[in-house]
Design a protein around this ligand. Structure first.
Ligand code: SAM
Length: 243
């Protein structure tokens, strides 16, 4: 996808499986010794997350700036990025509910994650949804729209992927290439969705023969989407695509 770089069925969490967590008391950044040994799972504490994100502060506060965490865990980085973006959205657009909704959707749609553990993927989506829902409900209370929440859930289900970031394929009986959707706001309230194969983007990045972007006159690599969709109103996204 231009900008860096899923589909339903791409490791959707069905709530039936979970990884056993050992009963031994642990620091909150470690869920179990076996998960550390098997998956290198040590979650990053907030002070380190913030110090690292401050290195790219401007980008974390740009509402449509795209972030991908290829081993996102439960979303310690992604949640903080989303909080920063939503703070900006609230400062700029809270006087108009529709504007707030549009830009909050744009903020959510710019955040991508991959994790190999299904429960982490589920937790990460829930953590991100909780941040948006809390801010939105605080601001608009009785006027809050279920359609907005459905859009946010739909996008998170696509953007936070249960997959292996090394093989670039989903996890499960029938692994499929990771597909990420690019979401762009057009004509005010419409979303343009284009799907890109992650391995195309990654293989280009490793070749580096042409830049992914160029403001100069040199040739730039423009990835081809694997699928393009018709425009859908941003509040109808959850029911707007045939999968
Ligand atoms: C060190 S933790 C970091 C989690 C998160 N980024 C954070 O900082 O809190 C590493 C994460 O990578 C995941 N992981 C390990 N191997 C992976 C792979 N091949 N593809 C995707 N995720 C993987 C683990 O499940 C774990 O959540």
């Amino acid at each position: 996808m231009p900008g860096f770089s899923e589909s339903f069925g791409q490791g959707e969490y069905d709530g039936t499986k979970s990884v056993n967590r050992e009963q031994t008391p642990m620091h909150s950044h470690v869920k179990s010794k076996s998960r550390v040994a098997q998956f290198g799972e040590v979650l990053t504490p907030p002070e380190i997350v913030n110090a690292m994100l401050d290195l790219v502060k401007q980008e974390t506060e740009r509402v449509d700036s795209r972030f991908l965490e290829p081993a996102c865990g439960t979303g310690n980085f992604l949640t903080e990025i989303l909080k920063r973006k939503l703070k900006v959205v609230e400062e700029r657009y809270n006087k108009s509910q529709l504007e707030y909704e549009r830009y909050a959707v744009l903020a959510v749609s710019s955040i991508y994650g991959i994790d190999i553990l299904e429960d982490n993927v589920h937790e990460c989506r829930e953590n991100l949804f909780g941040i948006v829902d809390a801010a939105y409900t605080r601001l608009y209370r009785d006027k809050a729209k279920e359609a907005f929440r459905e859009t946010v859930r739909y996008i998170l289900a696509r953007n936070i992927v249960h997959a292996d970031a090394l093989t670039l394929e989903t996890v499960g009986e029938n692994p499929q290439p990771i597909i990420f959707s690019e979401w762009s706001l057009v004509n005010g309230s419409f979303i343009k969705r284009r799907d890109f194969a992650f391995h195309h983007l990654v293989s280009h990045a490793s070749l580096r023969d042409t830049p992914l972007f160029s403001d100069l006159d040199e040739e730039a690599y423009i990835p081809e989407p694997v699928k393009e969709y018709s425009l859908v109103h941003f509040l109808a996204v959850a029911h707007g695509y045939e999968e």
